[in-house]
Design a protein around this ligand. Sequence first.
Ligand SMILES: Nc1ncnc2c1ncn2[C@@H]1O[C@H](COP(=O)(O)OP(=O)(O)OP(=O)(O)O)[C@@H](O)[C@H]1O
Ligand SMILES: [Mg+2]
Length: 137
Amino acid sequence: MRGTDSSSVVLIATPEDVVRARQAGRMAAAALGLGLADQTRLATAISEIARNALHYGGGGRCEISACQEEGHHRITVQVTDHGPGIPEIERAMSPGFSTGNSLGMGLPGAAKLVDSLAIESRPGLTQVTLAMRRKAR
Ligand SMILES: Nc1ncnc2c1ncn2[C@@H]1O[C@H](COP(=O)(O)OP(=O)(O)OP(=O)(O)O)[C@@H](O)[C@H]1O
Ligand SMILES: [Mg+2]
């Protein structure tokens, strides 16, 4: 880590914690000088993934890291839970798929809002990693 790099962790155990994770994402984006639209994109994506960690994973943690690379700012968000896992990641990523009798738009929607969304999942450990990279101004 460099002096300008930073990271913060929000533990997710209640719906209020999901709001906290959302706000932490917005603040991290704002601190790097990202505009309102990008702040909202990142915050919304984090909110969906954190909501899944709470609902399907029984809670977890959200770590937001910011770093500088080659004239760019990069924000990486890792949401981890220790629930049953996502057995079919490809299906889970497709719009409209839900085992929770919901819209099934959280994961595919979040993926569109950020530059990358990667899922690693097995029983007992699910990690969803989001990243957003923007030119430093
Ligand atoms: N952390 C997780 N652990 C286990 N399963 C998950 C997790 N996150 C997502 N899933 C699975 O992937 C499906 C799709 O997730 P997604 O967020 O896209 O939709 P949803 O949560 O069902 O509905 P919505 O988010 O639109 O209210 C979920 O229904 C669930 O089966
Ligand atoms: Mg969801």
